[in-house]
Design a protein around this ligand. Structure first.
Ligand SMILES: [Zn+2]
Length: 437
């Protein structure tokens, strides 16, 4: 909402007001107990403070949402998914029965948007988990960072820089991801240099677009001169191709963080490149699927008093090897691959649902972005953004992969495009299935 007001203001007023917002954000995220939580995550990150036999506190919120009156343990509860949760919220009239001033909301790119009430304390807890990860890579709060995110802070028709705002209190420069194009790219690079940014955070799809333009205009040397320490990404699946392009362009490491607005599971990349579960952040269960080595990612978050989630299925699938022991010395479980949403599937003519569609693009090293859209059973559209080296061989391989996975009778069309439309919050959604379930 704040960004809606900000878009329309003249630049000088925008800059001044933005500092109030910056101060408010700082207070909301990084004051009081933030440091205490950071320390806790350092101390306990290999140990979960909860287990299946931990008692669930009988708070007012839990009584209302789960309809319980007696003491129970976590294992007494059923695993719930997003649609179960929405039903429970409606059934209990939850939002009307509890008092809350703040909330986060999921973008709704995977269904109905969900409102997550939070309290001040939980905001700090959530950000401490993110900065616990950033601190491992020396890009904590004292390091000046650039953020490329889905917030619209400038009118889309703006032709002249700046396309960014400096948030003094949070030590960040917020960049508009909607003005990155060949005409503006040099001004973005200058701003990163001018503000002496040491780290950047953004969606993989956005930083890939940025990198593509830099490479096309031969500006790599300019970008290397910035001397970034590293780049952190989140909110979307990071493909190997994207990681490689961004690393080559910025000449630094790309580090991955997985979390979700519901805040039931955080997974961070360590110094050795492994994706560790932050065991102290929440209680995480990996529940087997029918496919060997693939697990449902389920989390319990009791720290958010305003919205306690017990055994909540994130809808994401992961690969996990229980025998793996990371060289970094942390004892927490390591996820070998975040596969993506389990509702991302395509329906064949005979009604069979096929998931794990990332396999289709596994060897597409020259594909920048891809998206599968299904409007009718038995057919789909593949939107592809080509890389510079994309050739007929890549197309032949893609066709082979599609046929291998979806069968020879599956009808499909490959459409090459310059960009793939993003969701309201600026994210790339890999599979859009418009078939009614
Ligand atoms: Zn590790």
């Amino acid at each position: 909402m704040i960004s809606n007001i900000i878009i329309k203001l003249p630049l000088f007023i925008k800059k001044i007001l933005f500092q109030f917002y910056s101060y408010y954000t700082y207070r909301e995220r990084y004051s009081t107990d933030f440091k205490y939580y950071l320390k806790k995550f350092d101390q306990y990150n290999g140990i979960s403070l909860l287990n299946p036999y931990s008692s669930v506190p009988l708070s007012k919120e839990i009584k209302i949402l789960y309809g319980i009156t007696t003491l129970k343990t976590i294992s007494d509860f059923k695993v719930i998914d997003r649609s179960d949760l929405i039903m429970m919220l409606n059934h209990s009239d939850y939002y009307n029965k509890i008092k809350f001033n703040k909330s986060l909301s999921t973008s709704g790119s995977t269904g109905t948007p969900l409102l997550i009430p939070i309290d001040n304390d939980f905001m700090k807890y959530k950000f401490a988990s993110i900065y616990f990860f950033k601190n491992i890579h020396n890009c904590g709060i004292n390091i000046k960072s650039g953020n490329f995110f889905g917030r619209k802070i400038f009118n889309l028709n703006n032709k002249k820089p700046p396309f960014w705002l400096h948030s003094i209190f949070t030590n960040q420069v917020l960049f508009s991801q909607y003005h990155i194009n060949e005409k503006n790219i040099r001004s973005y690079i200058s701003a990163i240099r001018k503000y002496k940014l040491k780290t950047i955070h953004g969606y993989p799809s956005v930083l890939t677009i940025f990198s593509e333009i830099v490479q096309k205009l031969n500006l790599e040397t300019e970008v290397h001169k910035i001397g970034l320490l590293n780049i952190t990404v989140g909110s979307e699946t990071l493909s190997n191709v994207q990681k490689q392009i961004i690393q080559n362009t910025f000449n630094c490491k790309v580090l991955n963080f997985y979390g979700q607005t519901e805040s039931v599971v955080d997974i961070f990349e360590c110094e050795k490149g492994s994706m560790h579960i932050n065991e102290a952040f929440s209680f995480v269960e990996l529940i087997k699927t029918n496919t060997k080595g693939i697990y449902n990612l389920i989390g319990t978050q009791l720290r958010n008093n305003k919205f306690p989630l017990i055994r909540y299925n994130t809808g994401d699938l992961v690969e996990y090897d229980s025998a793996f022991c990371c060289g970094c010395g942390r004892k927490s479980r390591v996820i070998t691959n975040i596969v993506g949403r389990n509702e991302d599937y395509i329906v064949l003519d005979n009604g069979t649902k096929i998931g794990r569609l990332d396999h289709i693009f596994k060897n597409s090293f020259n594909t920048i972005e891809c998206q599968i859209i299904q409007n009718k059973i038995g057919q789909a559209i593949f939107n592809i953004v080509k890389g510079d080296n994309y050739s007929e061989n890549d197309e032949a391989l893609l066709i082979k992969n599609i046929k291998d996975m979806l069968g020879n009778h599956f009808k499909f069309e490959i459409i090459y495009c310059d960009v793939i439309e993003k969701t309201k919050s600026g994210k790339l959604k890999q599979v859009i299935n418009n078939i009614k379930r």
